[in-house]
Write a protein that binds this ligand. Structure first.
Ligand code: BV8
Length: 257
């Protein structure tokens, strides 16, 4: 289904503050599995086994293997046209822009690293990052591209068994929530891209943005999400087709001044 309910209302060329939320759907066309599709990540690995602190305590080897495999996969995928379009927005949009991703891959940063994002651009991985690990003793976070095994020595406490993926599991507090909520309260455009709207608090962000009465809200997704009815505007289709078009509209509207 490739439906566009409304075109961008012309008043949006006055947009000064944007919040963008992305989910697994924006990385799907780069070859990374989403979570809830037929062959998705949660179909082969029950959430409680691999994405909860209890699952990690029960079987750390299984959980480390689950993340080792996904971390290694980062080396064989590239950002797609949707990631690059958002990087172009980060460079071309002169107002304040917060990009919040639920994704733990590094495809957004690899796209905007190829551009000069402007000073008003901020980026948040609210569910953590595959390319980072954390010491469970000291909470120190380290960039990490290798596997973690039962023999991996922690760089800070020089122990084995103390490193975990720097990932927010179910039941854990997502990262940078105060920054996110403040931006949602102030934004005049909220865009949700490639998420099913199943996971909170991210799925509640559209309601947070609408609470101000000022924000225009847009869903860009392959199909209607769980929260699609809360959006002023929905565009259903592939991210690599719809996101570049949306960014082009935004940047050309903005330039009309
Ligand atoms: C928390 C890391 C306390 C792991 C993940 C109400 C309020 C607050 C909490 C809850 C609540 N109700 C329930 C909860 C608890 C729970 C929760 O939401 N459970 C759900 C299952 C009901 N939430 C939590 O535990 C969170 N912590 O609540 O702390 C708190 C309370 C209030 C305020 C602050 C704190 C922690 C949640 C984080 C869990 N960790 N990830 C990992 O990645 O391995 S969540 C996991 O789901 C991923 O991060 C993923 O990003 C996220 C969401 O999934 P999606 O990204 O949407 O992926 P999905 O496959 O579902 O959908 C993909 C979409 O893309 C589809 O719609 C598809 O159509 C579309 N698509 C596909 N291809 C394309 C496409 N679109 C465009 N183009 C394409 N080509």
């Amino acid at each position: 289904m490739n439906g566009i309910r409304y075109s961008i209302p012309m008043h949006l060329h006055t947009v000064n503050s944007i919040v963008i939320l992305t989910g697994a759907g924006i990385s799907a066309e780069s070859g990374l599995s989403t979570f809830r599709a037929e062959n998705g990540l949660w179909c082969n690995h029950p959430i409680e086994d691999v994405a909860t602190p209890e699952g990690f305590a029960r079987n750390p080897v299984l959980v480390q293997q689950f993340y080792n495999q996904r971390r290694a996969q980062l080396l064989s995928v590239e950002p797609n046209a949707a990631h690059h379009a958002l990087a172009q927005l980060a460079e071309g949009f002169k107002g304040s822009l917060l990009l919040v991703t639920q994704n733990v891959d590094n495809l957004h940063e690899r796209a905007y690293r190829q551009r000069r994002a402007n000073a008003n651009f901020r980026f948040v991985h609210m569910h953590g990052e595959l390319a980072k690990v954390r010491c469970t003793e000291t909470e120190m976070v380290y960039d990490w591209t290798e596997d973690i095994t039962a023999q991996t020595l922690c760089p800070c406490c020089r122990e084995i068994g103390t490193l975990r993926p720097h990932i927010v599991w179910f039941g854990e507090m997502p990262l940078e929530m105060p920054v996110i909520y403040e931006a949602l309260r102030k934004c005049d455009l909220f865009i949700s891209i490639g998420t099913s709207g199943n996971v909170y608090p991210a799925a509640g962000f559209v309601a947070e943005a609408r609470a101000s009465g000022r924000a225009h809200t847009v869903e860009i997704n392959l199909e209607p999400s769980q929260t699609h009815s809360l959006f002023h505007e929905t565009r259903h289709g592939k991210a690599t087709e719809l996101v570049p078009k949306f960014v082009e509209e935004l940047l050309s509207n903005r330039n009309k001044g």
